[in-house]
Design a protein around this ligand. Sequence first.
Ligand code: ARG
Ligand code: ZN
Ligand code: CA
Length: 446
Amino acid sequence: MTKIICVTVFSFLLSISSFAQRNCGQQIYLEQLQITHPETKSQIIEQRKQAQLAAEQYKESLKMASTMKTTGTTVTIPVVFHIVLDNTQIASIGGTAGIEDRINTQLISLNKDYNGLNADKSKIPAAWASLYANVGIQFGLAVKKPDGTSTPGYDIRYATTPSTFTDVGSGCSSAKTYASGGLDPWDNTKYLNIWVVNMKYGSSTVLGVTAPPGSSFPSAEKGIALYYLAFGTRTSASEAFEYNIDQGRTLTHEMGHYFYLWHTWGDDGGLCPSDPGGDDDGIADTPPEADAKYHSPTYPLYDACSTTSPGVMFMNYMEYTDDTAMYMFTKDQSAVINGQIALLSNSYSLTQHPELAKVPTYIPTIGLSEQINIYPNPTTGVLSIKFNSDSNVLTDINIINLLGQRVLNISNPQSNIIDLSSLSKGIYMVQCQFNTGTITKKIVIQ
Ligand code: ARG
Ligand code: ZN
Ligand code: CA
């Protein structure tokens, strides 16, 4: 009898803890790194300090060369997906067509979250509304391989059945090496590598684990390993996803780690920043927090470190809440991310190859408020396109003739002046594709 009670209690605790730990990939990785490479601990402390300094400098826009990212501009980073799954797993997400669909929906949701466009930002409590950040980074699917040949932006390794990667403590490095059953990274100074795998730590599912640039993480491990049922966004009820992890937010969160953001509670086992040995995320505008928050809390939510209104910011992307319960980065978090890009060469170099990337376009659910002005019209060839660049990013310009044929495409335009003097005289449509929608205007070349 005693035995049975014991077993029951024990398995109850086990199920609680395995649920609670299902997404602790980053903590497992950091703990393991500090055991295998003891020097990592001080390196990470140093790197965090530098990230803060970079963020401060970014905020003051000091010492930034004109080629670097400045406040309000948007940069593009090429992303490649390495799919390392067995046939059963691939079938469960809809085969190659399903993979392509998840890649596309994943990049769209990631771009919304990093460009101030996620619709659920309307749920941010008034107390924090002014902290919501438009980070200003676009992620585009790789269109060229490192050798210059074309690519759909992903590669697939049909792993042996059953394929499970358990080395979360080394950032899932076996999935990142061909020799150990995975796929090798592409040049990680130009591409941000994402591996889509079945990851487990013991019997627990791990949603993601990230090795950011810089010296504290082994070079071959750099990039993000993503659980294959936490990747992409749900477009129909029947699709297979981890429970409540179907809005693409795992990648939003892991990308935060990639740019040196830490969990909002500081991974210190429940202490407050003011306690001896207590840690914090180092971010001034996220409230102090004791431990991770799960599921979908109701605002306001208090804990031992934030006992008064507005409480803890459980809706932050660097939390452990459900995908529909997280919807913001703060301005200080954005400064850390942008500081990495503006001032630290490892992330900066990723932004210098927009020609390798294609940012997916999507049909907006809300009307585009953009006003554009194209002049002179009529023109003899050179046209200026003016728009309100604060909120929208021009991703493509298409010139379409009266037969509806596209006669010119400029992808990720780097200038708002375009030269159409190579086209014959006549009437054309200029289709401007923004990240939020498309506007078309008629022009005359004479
Ligand atoms: N795997 C993440 C980490 O430990 C967990 C967060 C993902 N949360 C989510 N709602 N998708 O780094
Ligand atoms: Zn995390
Ligand atoms: Ca904080």
